[in-house]
Design a protein. Structure first.
Length: 373
Protein backbone atom coordinates (compact mmCIF):
# COMPACT_ATOMS: atom_id res chain seq x y z
CA UNK A 1 0.00 0.00 0.00
CA UNK A 2 2.78 2.44 0.93
CA UNK A 3 4.04 2.79 -2.64
CA UNK A 4 0.63 2.87 -4.39
CA UNK A 5 0.44 6.62 -3.79
CA UNK A 6 3.52 8.81 -3.37
CA UNK A 7 3.21 12.06 -1.43
CA UNK A 8 5.92 14.69 -1.79
CA UNK A 9 6.50 18.21 -0.50
CA UNK A 10 8.80 20.21 -2.77
CA UNK A 11 10.46 23.19 -1.14
CA UNK A 12 10.52 26.10 -3.56
CA UNK A 13 13.29 28.65 -3.90
CA UNK A 14 11.16 31.03 -1.82
CA UNK A 15 10.72 28.44 0.98
CA UNK A 16 7.10 27.58 0.24
CA UNK A 17 5.79 24.10 -0.53
CA UNK A 18 4.45 22.64 -3.75
CA UNK A 19 2.67 19.48 -2.60
CA UNK A 20 2.43 16.55 -4.99
CA UNK A 21 0.29 13.42 -5.06
CA UNK A 22 1.48 10.82 -7.57
CA UNK A 23 -0.69 7.76 -8.15
CA UNK A 24 1.65 4.81 -8.55
CA UNK A 25 -0.23 1.50 -8.89
CA UNK A 26 0.61 0.28 -12.38
CA UNK A 27 -0.93 -3.16 -11.87
CA UNK A 28 -4.36 -1.67 -11.12
CA UNK A 29 -4.02 1.33 -13.46
CA UNK A 30 -4.27 3.48 -10.31
CA UNK A 31 -7.74 2.20 -9.44
CA UNK A 32 -8.41 3.35 -5.87
CA UNK A 33 -9.39 1.06 -3.00
CA UNK A 34 -10.67 2.21 0.40
CA UNK A 35 -7.17 2.46 1.90
CA UNK A 36 -6.04 4.62 -1.03
CA UNK A 37 -9.05 6.90 -0.66
CA UNK A 38 -8.47 7.32 3.09
CA UNK A 39 -4.79 8.16 2.52
CA UNK A 40 -5.73 10.81 -0.03
CA UNK A 41 -8.30 12.33 2.32
CA UNK A 42 -5.87 12.43 5.25
CA UNK A 43 -3.15 14.17 3.26
CA UNK A 44 -5.51 16.64 1.58
CA UNK A 45 -6.98 17.58 4.95
CA UNK A 46 -3.48 18.02 6.39
CA UNK A 47 -2.40 20.29 3.55
CA UNK A 48 -5.59 22.29 3.71
CA UNK A 49 -4.44 23.85 6.98
CA UNK A 50 -0.72 24.07 6.14
CA UNK A 51 0.11 27.75 5.59
CA UNK A 52 3.31 27.01 3.64
CA UNK A 53 1.55 24.87 1.03
CA UNK A 54 0.86 27.09 -1.97
CA UNK A 55 -0.35 24.54 -4.48
CA UNK A 56 -1.22 20.83 -4.81
CA UNK A 57 -0.48 18.77 -7.91
CA UNK A 58 -2.15 15.41 -8.59
CA UNK A 59 -0.55 13.29 -11.29
CA UNK A 60 0.41 9.71 -12.13
CA UNK A 61 3.68 7.83 -12.35
CA UNK A 62 1.93 5.28 -14.59
CA UNK A 63 2.31 6.35 -18.21
CA UNK A 64 -0.76 4.39 -19.32
CA UNK A 65 -3.18 5.71 -16.74
CA UNK A 66 -3.99 8.65 -14.50
CA UNK A 67 -6.74 6.78 -12.65
CA UNK A 68 -9.07 4.02 -13.83
CA UNK A 69 -11.60 4.82 -11.09
CA UNK A 70 -12.48 2.77 -8.05
CA UNK A 71 -10.99 -0.67 -7.48
CA UNK A 72 -14.18 -2.48 -8.40
CA UNK A 73 -12.46 -5.86 -8.50
CA UNK A 74 -11.76 -5.51 -4.79
CA UNK A 75 -15.34 -4.39 -4.20
CA UNK A 76 -16.55 -7.45 -6.12
CA UNK A 77 -14.65 -9.80 -3.80
CA UNK A 78 -16.02 -8.03 -0.72
CA UNK A 79 -19.52 -8.69 -2.09
CA UNK A 80 -18.56 -12.30 -2.73
CA UNK A 81 -17.66 -12.58 0.95
CA UNK A 82 -20.96 -10.84 1.85
CA UNK A 83 -19.13 -8.05 3.63
CA UNK A 84 -22.18 -5.91 4.37
CA UNK A 85 -20.42 -2.79 5.64
CA UNK A 86 -17.64 -2.29 3.10
CA UNK A 87 -19.56 -1.00 0.02
CA UNK A 88 -21.36 1.78 1.89
CA UNK A 89 -18.19 2.81 3.73
CA UNK A 90 -16.25 2.82 0.47
CA UNK A 91 -18.79 5.02 -1.31
CA UNK A 92 -19.07 7.43 1.62
CA UNK A 93 -15.33 7.96 1.71
CA UNK A 94 -14.90 8.11 -2.07
CA UNK A 95 -17.61 10.71 -2.45
CA UNK A 96 -16.25 12.70 0.49
CA UNK A 97 -12.91 12.75 -1.35
CA UNK A 98 -14.68 14.19 -4.40
CA UNK A 99 -16.30 16.88 -2.28
CA UNK A 100 -13.02 17.69 -0.56
CA UNK A 101 -11.33 18.28 -3.93
CA UNK A 102 -14.13 20.57 -5.10
CA UNK A 103 -14.07 22.65 -1.90
CA UNK A 104 -10.36 22.54 -0.97
CA UNK A 105 -8.79 25.82 0.12
CA UNK A 106 -5.60 25.26 -1.91
CA UNK A 107 -5.42 25.48 -5.71
CA UNK A 108 -5.15 21.95 -7.15
CA UNK A 109 -3.62 21.08 -10.52
CA UNK A 110 -4.47 17.74 -12.11
CA UNK A 111 -2.18 16.40 -14.83
CA UNK A 112 -4.30 13.61 -16.36
CA UNK A 113 -2.46 11.33 -18.77
CA UNK A 114 -3.79 8.10 -20.22
CA UNK A 115 -6.85 6.36 -18.80
CA UNK A 116 -9.01 8.79 -16.83
CA UNK A 117 -12.27 6.97 -16.29
CA UNK A 118 -15.09 6.68 -13.78
CA UNK A 119 -13.83 7.83 -10.40
CA UNK A 120 -10.64 8.99 -12.12
CA UNK A 121 -12.65 11.53 -14.08
CA UNK A 122 -14.38 12.42 -10.80
CA UNK A 123 -10.96 13.17 -9.29
CA UNK A 124 -9.92 15.29 -12.24
CA UNK A 125 -13.07 17.39 -12.42
CA UNK A 126 -12.76 18.32 -8.74
CA UNK A 127 -9.48 20.13 -9.40
CA UNK A 128 -9.00 23.80 -10.27
CA UNK A 129 -6.64 23.34 -13.22
CA UNK A 130 -7.32 20.23 -15.29
CA UNK A 131 -4.63 19.43 -17.83
CA UNK A 132 -4.94 16.73 -20.52
CA UNK A 133 -2.76 15.61 -23.43
CA UNK A 134 -2.87 13.41 -26.52
CA UNK A 135 -2.70 10.22 -24.43
CA UNK A 136 -5.72 11.10 -22.28
CA UNK A 137 -8.76 8.81 -22.65
CA UNK A 138 -11.79 9.81 -20.61
CA UNK A 139 -15.08 8.01 -20.01
CA UNK A 140 -17.81 7.29 -17.49
CA UNK A 141 -18.33 3.62 -18.43
CA UNK A 142 -20.31 2.48 -15.37
CA UNK A 143 -23.39 1.35 -17.32
CA UNK A 144 -21.24 -1.46 -18.72
CA UNK A 145 -20.57 -2.90 -15.26
CA UNK A 146 -24.07 -2.54 -13.85
CA UNK A 147 -23.65 0.79 -12.06
CA UNK A 148 -24.25 4.39 -13.16
CA UNK A 149 -21.88 7.38 -13.57
CA UNK A 150 -21.18 8.44 -9.99
CA UNK A 151 -18.51 10.50 -8.12
CA UNK A 152 -20.62 13.58 -8.86
CA UNK A 153 -21.04 12.91 -12.58
CA UNK A 154 -24.59 14.22 -12.55
CA UNK A 155 -23.05 17.48 -11.31
CA UNK A 156 -20.07 17.85 -13.65
CA UNK A 157 -21.73 16.34 -16.73
CA UNK A 158 -24.72 18.54 -15.94
CA UNK A 159 -22.53 21.63 -16.34
CA UNK A 160 -21.76 20.85 -19.98
CA UNK A 161 -24.55 20.90 -22.60
CA UNK A 162 -27.08 18.50 -21.10
CA UNK A 163 -27.66 16.52 -24.29
CA UNK A 164 -23.95 15.65 -24.49
CA UNK A 165 -23.71 14.95 -20.76
CA UNK A 166 -26.59 12.50 -20.99
CA UNK A 167 -25.09 10.87 -24.10
CA UNK A 168 -21.76 10.35 -22.30
CA UNK A 169 -23.56 8.90 -19.29
CA UNK A 170 -25.84 6.36 -20.97
CA UNK A 171 -23.36 5.20 -23.63
CA UNK A 172 -20.09 5.26 -21.66
CA UNK A 173 -18.39 6.64 -24.78
CA UNK A 174 -14.67 7.42 -24.80
CA UNK A 175 -13.45 10.99 -25.10
CA UNK A 176 -10.00 12.31 -26.00
CA UNK A 177 -8.21 15.36 -24.63
CA UNK A 178 -9.61 17.65 -27.32
CA UNK A 179 -13.16 16.50 -26.48
CA UNK A 180 -12.54 17.23 -22.80
CA UNK A 181 -11.34 20.79 -23.45
CA UNK A 182 -14.14 21.42 -25.96
CA UNK A 183 -16.73 20.35 -23.38
CA UNK A 184 -15.13 22.12 -20.43
CA UNK A 185 -14.36 18.90 -18.58
CA UNK A 186 -10.68 19.88 -18.84
CA UNK A 187 -9.16 23.34 -18.99
CA UNK A 188 -5.93 22.96 -20.94
CA UNK A 189 -4.33 20.73 -23.53
CA UNK A 190 -0.59 20.58 -22.80
CA UNK A 191 1.76 18.11 -24.41
CA UNK A 192 3.17 15.68 -21.88
CA UNK A 193 6.74 16.63 -22.85
CA UNK A 194 6.22 19.93 -21.00
CA UNK A 195 5.36 18.33 -17.66
CA UNK A 196 8.81 18.53 -16.08
CA UNK A 197 9.24 22.09 -17.35
CA UNK A 198 5.94 23.06 -15.73
CA UNK A 199 6.93 21.52 -12.38
CA UNK A 200 10.34 23.18 -12.56
CA UNK A 201 8.83 26.61 -13.20
CA UNK A 202 6.51 26.19 -10.22
CA UNK A 203 9.44 25.39 -7.93
CA UNK A 204 11.42 28.39 -9.17
CA UNK A 205 8.58 30.87 -8.67
CA UNK A 206 8.92 33.45 -5.89
CA UNK A 207 5.66 32.71 -4.08
CA UNK A 208 6.25 35.58 -1.64
CA UNK A 209 5.11 38.03 -4.32
CA UNK A 210 3.16 35.96 -6.83
CA UNK A 211 -0.58 35.29 -6.64
CA UNK A 212 -0.96 31.52 -6.95
CA UNK A 213 -3.89 31.45 -9.36
CA UNK A 214 -2.42 34.20 -11.53
CA UNK A 215 0.96 32.47 -11.78
CA UNK A 216 -0.43 28.99 -12.50
CA UNK A 217 -2.70 30.46 -15.17
CA UNK A 218 0.24 32.30 -16.71
CA UNK A 219 2.45 29.20 -16.82
CA UNK A 220 -0.13 26.75 -18.09
CA UNK A 221 -1.39 29.23 -20.70
CA UNK A 222 2.14 29.54 -22.08
CA UNK A 223 2.50 25.75 -22.31
CA UNK A 224 -0.94 25.45 -23.89
CA UNK A 225 0.16 27.92 -26.56
CA UNK A 226 3.34 25.90 -27.13
CA UNK A 227 1.20 22.75 -27.57
CA UNK A 228 -1.01 24.17 -30.31
CA UNK A 229 -1.41 21.83 -33.25
CA UNK A 230 -0.68 18.71 -31.18
CA UNK A 231 -4.21 18.05 -29.97
CA UNK A 232 -6.23 15.22 -31.57
CA UNK A 233 -9.46 15.93 -33.44
CA UNK A 234 -12.59 16.22 -31.31
CA UNK A 235 -15.20 13.63 -32.29
CA UNK A 236 -17.73 15.30 -30.00
CA UNK A 237 -17.33 18.56 -31.89
CA UNK A 238 -17.65 16.75 -35.24
CA UNK A 239 -20.83 14.89 -34.25
CA UNK A 240 -22.35 17.56 -32.03
CA UNK A 241 -25.56 17.87 -34.05
CA UNK A 242 -25.97 14.10 -34.40
CA UNK A 243 -25.64 13.61 -30.64
CA UNK A 244 -28.19 16.36 -30.00
CA UNK A 245 -30.67 14.76 -32.39
CA UNK A 246 -30.26 11.42 -30.61
CA UNK A 247 -30.65 12.68 -27.06
CA UNK A 248 -33.59 14.99 -27.77
CA UNK A 249 -35.75 11.90 -28.16
CA UNK A 250 -38.61 11.79 -25.59
CA UNK A 251 -37.56 8.63 -23.73
CA UNK A 252 -34.60 6.39 -23.05
CA UNK A 253 -36.11 3.69 -25.29
CA UNK A 254 -36.33 6.21 -28.15
CA UNK A 255 -32.73 7.33 -27.57
CA UNK A 256 -31.45 3.75 -27.71
CA UNK A 257 -33.56 3.11 -30.82
CA UNK A 258 -31.96 6.15 -32.47
CA UNK A 259 -28.50 4.80 -31.59
CA UNK A 260 -29.43 1.39 -32.98
CA UNK A 261 -30.58 3.00 -36.23
CA UNK A 262 -27.22 4.74 -36.76
CA UNK A 263 -25.65 3.97 -40.13
CA UNK A 264 -21.99 4.91 -40.09
CA UNK A 265 -18.48 3.77 -40.94
CA UNK A 266 -16.91 5.83 -38.16
CA UNK A 267 -15.15 3.48 -35.71
CA UNK A 268 -15.90 5.77 -32.73
CA UNK A 269 -19.64 5.77 -33.44
CA UNK A 270 -19.65 2.05 -34.18
CA UNK A 271 -18.06 1.31 -30.81
CA UNK A 272 -20.61 3.54 -29.09
CA UNK A 273 -23.44 1.76 -30.88
CA UNK A 274 -22.18 -1.70 -29.95
CA UNK A 275 -21.53 -0.88 -26.29
CA UNK A 276 -24.64 1.23 -25.70
CA UNK A 277 -26.86 -1.59 -26.94
CA UNK A 278 -25.07 -4.17 -24.77
CA UNK A 279 -24.99 -2.15 -21.53
CA UNK A 280 -27.16 -2.92 -18.51
CA UNK A 281 -30.72 -1.71 -19.25
CA UNK A 282 -31.28 -1.21 -15.52
CA UNK A 283 -28.16 0.94 -15.21
CA UNK A 284 -29.10 3.01 -18.24
CA UNK A 285 -32.64 3.62 -16.94
CA UNK A 286 -31.38 4.64 -13.51
CA UNK A 287 -28.77 6.90 -15.12
CA UNK A 288 -31.38 8.52 -17.36
CA UNK A 289 -33.70 9.28 -14.44
CA UNK A 290 -31.00 10.22 -11.95
CA UNK A 291 -29.41 12.76 -14.29
CA UNK A 292 -32.77 14.40 -14.97
CA UNK A 293 -33.71 14.45 -11.28
CA UNK A 294 -30.37 15.92 -10.18
CA UNK A 295 -30.55 18.94 -12.47
CA UNK A 296 -31.40 21.31 -9.60
CA UNK A 297 -29.39 19.67 -6.82
CA UNK A 298 -26.05 20.86 -5.47
CA UNK A 299 -22.94 18.72 -5.57
CA UNK A 300 -23.29 17.85 -1.89
CA UNK A 301 -26.89 16.75 -2.36
CA UNK A 302 -25.98 14.64 -5.39
CA UNK A 303 -23.16 12.90 -3.49
CA UNK A 304 -25.54 12.19 -0.61
CA UNK A 305 -27.96 10.52 -3.02
CA UNK A 306 -25.14 8.56 -4.65
CA UNK A 307 -24.17 6.82 -1.42
CA UNK A 308 -27.60 5.24 -1.07
CA UNK A 309 -28.07 4.55 -4.77
CA UNK A 310 -24.61 3.02 -5.29
CA UNK A 311 -24.87 0.83 -2.19
CA UNK A 312 -28.29 -0.42 -3.27
CA UNK A 313 -27.14 -1.21 -6.80
CA UNK A 314 -24.04 -3.17 -5.86
CA UNK A 315 -26.23 -5.48 -3.76
CA UNK A 316 -29.44 -5.57 -5.80
CA UNK A 317 -28.60 -4.35 -9.30
CA UNK A 318 -26.40 -5.63 -12.12
CA UNK A 319 -23.01 -4.72 -10.62
CA UNK A 320 -21.96 -8.21 -9.54
CA UNK A 321 -22.82 -9.71 -12.91
CA UNK A 322 -21.28 -6.86 -14.88
CA UNK A 323 -17.94 -7.04 -13.07
CA UNK A 324 -17.90 -10.84 -13.39
CA UNK A 325 -18.44 -10.73 -17.14
CA UNK A 326 -16.17 -7.80 -18.00
CA UNK A 327 -13.36 -7.96 -15.46
CA UNK A 328 -13.26 -11.30 -13.65
CA UNK A 329 -14.08 -14.01 -16.20
CA UNK A 330 -13.87 -11.58 -19.11
CA UNK A 331 -16.28 -13.47 -21.34
CA UNK A 332 -18.04 -10.15 -22.05
CA UNK A 333 -21.41 -11.88 -21.92
CA UNK A 334 -23.23 -10.44 -18.89
CA UNK A 335 -26.61 -11.92 -18.05
CA UNK A 336 -28.39 -8.71 -17.08
CA UNK A 337 -31.43 -8.89 -14.81
CA UNK A 338 -33.57 -7.29 -17.50
CA UNK A 339 -33.40 -7.63 -21.27
CA UNK A 340 -35.88 -4.84 -21.93
CA UNK A 341 -36.27 -1.44 -20.28
CA UNK A 342 -40.05 -1.82 -20.32
CA UNK A 343 -39.79 -4.77 -17.93
CA UNK A 344 -38.04 -2.78 -15.19
CA UNK A 345 -39.85 -1.71 -12.02
CA UNK A 346 -37.75 1.39 -11.42
CA UNK A 347 -39.31 2.15 -8.03
CA UNK A 348 -37.86 -1.06 -6.62
CA UNK A 349 -34.37 0.43 -7.02
CA UNK A 350 -34.87 4.15 -7.15
CA UNK A 351 -37.86 5.25 -5.08
CA UNK A 352 -36.94 7.85 -2.47
CA UNK A 353 -33.31 8.22 -3.56
CA UNK A 354 -33.56 11.91 -4.43
CA UNK A 355 -35.24 12.66 -1.09
CA UNK A 356 -32.55 10.76 0.83
CA UNK A 357 -29.88 13.42 0.98
CA UNK A 358 -31.34 14.88 4.19
CA UNK A 359 -30.95 11.56 6.04
CA UNK A 360 -27.17 11.15 5.93
CA UNK A 361 -25.04 13.56 7.94
CA UNK A 362 -21.98 14.13 5.78
CA UNK A 363 -19.89 15.82 8.46
CA UNK A 364 -17.74 17.82 8.17
CA UNK A 365 -19.10 18.73 4.76
CA UNK A 366 -22.07 20.62 6.13
CA UNK A 367 -19.62 23.05 7.65
CA UNK A 368 -17.77 23.61 4.38
CA UNK A 369 -18.66 26.21 1.79
CA UNK A 370 -21.35 24.82 -0.49
CA UNK A 371 -20.60 24.19 -4.15
CA UNK A 372 -23.69 25.21 -6.10
CA UNK A 373 -24.93 23.56 -9.26
Amino acid sequence: MSDEIIFQEHITESNYIIAQISLNNEQRLNALNLDNVNCLIDKLEEWQHHSSVKLIIIDSNVKKSFCAGGDIRKLYYYLLEENICHPEEYFKREYYLNYLLHTHSKPIVCWANGITMGGGLGLMTGCDYRIVNDSTVLAMPEVHIGLYPDTGAAFFLGKIPKDIGLFIAITGCKLNGADAVYLGLADYFVDDSFKEQFFSMLKQTDWRTEDVHHKVLELVSELTHNSEGWAPYSKIRKYRELISNITKQPSLEAILSAIEALETNDSWLLEIKEKALSASPLSQLITYNFFHDCSKLSLREILHCEVELSTKLVWEGDFFEGVRALLIERNRKPNWKYKNIKDINLNAYYNGIIESFTTWDMQPLVQEEEVES
